[in-house]
Design a protein around this ligand. Structure first.
Ligand code: PLP
Length: 454
């Protein structure tokens, strides 16, 4: 590495450390002096970015290339974007991304038997073992997103015309994985609280068997769904699936990496997680874990032989298409992993913060929570049609007024202009930030004379 490149890396690493210092110290009720100091730090940061850009020969502070603007990040704002929260990179992951951004950079020390999960430098093989342990399963592979985990399992287990049981709140990528395999989704209806129950799953299986004469090839259920982030009875559902001899896929896109997940205790045959949604990793990344019973099927190696050359690629796994995450994606997962392993122990506190904010929102008359309540997750669907949207009806900025008011207070992440029924996520915010967030909503409500119960 040239001295110049080395220097740039060092400077970038220093910048990441600095960013980490600022993380969580946003302008939440600062007094005048504190605010001055905060602003000075931000100015420092900006000048470091400018120096860095100069060093790279691109003297811009607002663009990273001719057409790519720099993104605002959580150092500058409180970001309540619903799907990004737990995927945001740790400083370690950002550093790893810089070092391993080149495609195939994981292959520097790839030696026999020439497969990603066998590489020991960097410690990719050990990481695979750790990942399996992390979700209490026997084997794990990294995959380009949870969707590729669904795809690998569906492609292995589902044949043309096979029914697959999913929830009525299943993510669209589950539909696609089943369709690609030639199967047909059969949705379990929800109960009055928008939850999937074990009984409803059993009834659906009975109905499918009765009507199609076929036993479903797979039951695939999200522990927390993407619409409401309601908790679904995955243990009960796995038990039902096994009573009918059907394998169970646990979709942990909203759990693996934020809360403890014990695949064996759940009764999962497959555990799927999303790196970029819940494991502080670069997209597309994710994990597929399975048991020793299912590994030979879903992780089967190729038997193909070239008819002219007689070539064989024996060690490569068919569903993984050989190797999966070859650069910054995997290394970002690995770099964030110690922090991710630690943070799952604080899930209860994250849920408390989520409920604190939702309670403050519900105190604003006319606001509703559409997700189950009290909250068991940090992602929540709310309905502010009866509160903030009532203001929007007469405001000259219409539906955009709420976003305007929030961004004035350093809060971003809602879809501007689409804040009637909408989702937000408080994951990763400090208590100070959550209190500030709650106060900001109430302050906006008060400004527009919306009644608040105390
Ligand atoms: C419940 C659920 N499952 C699966 C996915 C797909 O995850 P990925 O983007 O990692 O493929 C999502 C993504 O939004 C999701 O919300």
């Amino acid at each position: 590495m040239s001295i110049r490149v080395q220097k740039t890396f060092e400077a970038l690493f220093a910048l990441e450390d600095l960013r980490e210092i600022f993380r969580g110290s946003l302008p939440t009720g600062l007094d005048e002096e504190e605010e001055k100091a905060f602003r000075a730090k931000i100015a420092d940061l900006k000048s470091i970015i400018a120096e860095l850009e100069e060093d790279r020969g691109t003297p811009r502070t607002t663009m990273i290339a001719d057409t790519i603007p720099l993104r605002s990040r959580e150092e500058e704002y409180i970001n309540i974007q619903p799907i990004q929260a737990a995927g945001r990179l740790t400083p370690e992951a950002r550093k790893a991304l810089i070092s391993y951004g080149d495609g195939y950079s994981t292959c520097d020390a790839c030696r026999k038997p020439f497969r990603l999960d066998k590489i020991t430098k960097p410690s990719i093989a050990a990481f695979h073992e750790d990942l399996a342990k992390f979700v209490n399963m026997d084997q794990a592979r990294v995959v380009p997103g949870a969707r590729r985990g669904f795809q690998a399992v569906a492609s292995t287990l589902v044949s043309k015309g096979d029914p697959v049981i999913v929830s009525a709140l299943a993510h669209y990528t589950e539909f696609l994985a089943v369709e690609e395999a030639g199967g047909v989704v059969k949705e379990v209806p929800l109960d009055a609280g928008n939850r999937v129950t074990a009984d409803a799953t059993a009834e659906k299986i009975e109905e499918v068997v009765r009507e199609s004469g076929k036993t479903p090839a797979l039951v695939m259920i999200d522990h927390y769904d993407y619409q409401f982030a309601n908790q679904h009875d995955v243990r009960g559902i796995a038990k039902v699936a096994h009573q009918y001899d059907i394998p169970f896929l646990y979709n942990g896109a909203y759990t693996v990496g934020v809360m403890p997940v014990d695949g064996k205790a759940i009764g999962a045959d497959f555990v799927v997680g999303s790196g970029h949604k819940s494991m502080a990793s670069v997209a597309p990344s994710g994990v597929l874990a399975t048991t020793d019973e299912w590994a030979p099927k879903v992780l089967r190696t190729t038997a193909m032989v070239g008819d002219v050359t007689n070539r064989k690629f024996g060690i490569k796994e068919v569903e993984m298409l050989g190797c999966t995450l070859m650069g910054g994606t995997l290394l970002s997962m690995m770099a964030s992993f110690p922090a991710v392993k630690e943070r799952v122990n604080h899930w209860d506190e994250e849920v408390k913060k989520s409920n604190y904010f939702i309670d403050a929102l519900l105190a604003i008359e006319g606001s509703k929570v559409l997700s189950e309540y009290p909250r068991k997750h940090t992602l929540t669907k709310v309905d502010t049609t009866g509160s903030f949207d009532a203001v929007a009806a007469t405001h000259k900025r219409r539906g955009f007024f709420l976003s305007d008011e929030l961004s004035k207070r350093g809060i971003v992440g809602e879809f501007a202009g689409a804040t009637r029924t909408w989702k937000l996520n408080t994951y990763g915010l400090s208590w100070k930030q959550v209190r500030y967030l709650a106060e900001a909503f109430q302050e906006i409500a008060a400004k527009y004379d919306l009644p608040i119960t105390t």
